[in-house]
Ligand binder design. Structure first.
Ligand code: ADP
Length: 226
């Protein structure tokens, strides 16, 4: 490691974009490439649902309706997670922040911990998103995402890694997808201006038509230049 890299602040890499823009897929690839934790609020909330406690049931109802969970819930999950020692040299955030109050809480925390914030905006057309989410399948055990069109499992409906039967997420039904896109437009998209105003202009990546590896290379190029 040269001196320049050694003295650089650890990076909080924020993957930003509408539902189905490939944040989860890219986060998993980047985790391998950068060797830093991948923090997905969606996955953490699904773990909470699996516990079946009152908070889990509240989260489940909101998620199935395509709505966001309360900011305090998302903030608490992330706050606890990024305080853990494995995040000290940086981490990838997928699905957080999703509202301005979440971004404010995160911004304060990153400043306190001395992290640099880098925002990557995965841009994808909504017509592509709706098609893409309809073909999405997930392994309920390890969380790996597959796409029936562009990235199918080796054998039909079975996870390549652990042989579990793949599932369709309940919030991936078409009417719920539309609700999620609306929630994105209303609550999340305004963050693009918020980040820019705070001095963290999102770096744009065309994430529409190409496969995950090509998009990963684009992100790598932006990070290299950054
Ligand atoms: P996607 O990005 O494809 O919508 P996620 O797994 O990131 O998928 O999120 C699924 C759902 O989890 C969201 O629709 C929302 O209900 C909830 N959720 C995830 N992250 C947050 C967050 N930061 N704030 C509020 N709700 C969240």
């Amino acid at each position: 490691m040269n001196e320049e890299t050694a003295s650089k602040a650890p990076t909080a890499l924020i993957l930003f974009g509408p539902p189905g823009s490939g944040k989860g897929t890219q986060a998993k690839l980047l985790r391998e490439a950068l060797q830093v934790p991948h923090i997905s609020t969606g996955d953490m909330l699904r773990e909470r649902i699996a516990l079946g406690d009152p908070l889990g049931r509240q989260v489940q109802g909101l998620m199935q309706a395509g709505r966001l969970v309360p900011d305090e819930v998302a903030n608490r999950l992330v706050d606890e997670r990024i305080a853990r020692p494995d995040c000290a040299s940086g981490f990838i955030l997928d699905g957080y922040p999703r509202t301005i109050p979440q971004a404010e809480v995160l911004g304060r925390r990153l400043e306190e911990y001395g992290f640099e914030m880098v925002v990557i905006h995965l841009k994808v057309d909504y017509t592509i998103i709706i098609k893409r989410i309809a073909g999405r399948r997930q392994c309920p055990v390890c969380g790996t995402l597959y796409s029936l069109n562009s990235n199918p499992p080796k054998s039909e409906n079975v996870c390549d890694h652990d042989g579990a039967t793949l599932v369709i997420r309940e919030d991936d039904q078409e009417d719920v997808i539309r609700e999620r896109l609306e929630a994105y437009d209303r609550q999340t998209r305004p963050l693009l201006e918020f980040f820019a105003g705070a001095g963290f202009s999102p770096r744009e990546v065309d994430a529409g038509l190409d496969g995950p590896e090509a998009i990963l290379a684009r992100i790598g190029g932006l990070l290299g230049k950054g």
